[in-house]
Design a binder for this molecule. Sequence first.
Ligand code: BLA
Length: 238
Amino acid sequence: MYKPFVKHLENELFNRFNLQNRAIPAGLELKVSDRGRNPATIQSWCYQCRQLRKIRYTYIDAGESAQIFNSVIYPNHHYDLPLLGVDFLSFGKIKNLVVLDFQPLFQDDAYQRKYIEPLKFLHAKYPDLAQNLEMKFYDANQYFSKYLLFAKTDAETVATRLLAAFNDYLNLYWQMLDEAEPLQDPEDIARIVKAQKDYDQYSAERDPASGLFSSYFGHEWAERFLYGFLFEDAVPLA
Ligand code: BLA
């Protein structure tokens, strides 16, 4: 269901950047579940390039029961840009949840004006994908923007509307990256290192997928996947 989105992201990345593989810890890049009736596979890809220090995406294919495409793009530490976050989920073709955002590292006004306000017109362009839903797992005011796309929708909308929105958000993101001025001051760079690390910590601790990973692939694998790959700069709680 979301495989065309993976293809689209890959085409964009390979056409625009000089990608190098970024290692995924052994055993985490591909896993097939031996539990339950439907086989589930989870596969991940990870790259880096001069501008982007970590580009990761993951696809869970559990046939009819679940299709999930999740991705985060982390800019290099000398850019204070938001992270690009993608979470497209379908359960049983009935429940479809799509989230797409420029995930802000900071919430101050200057940052919002620079990196979030430019999203306003895209957000307005896709009202069917911007539903102002309440968040249960995350704090909407922490690492999300007010112009995120966040919708519970139907397969028809996913098939007909989401690719255009995805393409628009990606293009704006590439444009911001192109125009970004690299930070020079080591203190400014250290602030980004910390902000990206804090994002990983926050996300690892709250990830609503943790139970799903455990149920398909086991608790131990799930913890390694969360702390060893998805949010590798997070430290597991004792
Ligand atoms: C929700 N994301 C979810 C849910 C799951 C995942 C299972 C709960 C769906 C439900 O309501 O039943 C799945 N999250 C994943 C997967 C991975 C993951 C498979 O990290 C990793 C492979 N989540 C993100 C990113 C964004 C994001 C990058 O990982 C940003 C766009 C958003 N996911 C997001 C939001 C919700 C969600 C906002 C709703 C959570 C809430 O209500 O608080």
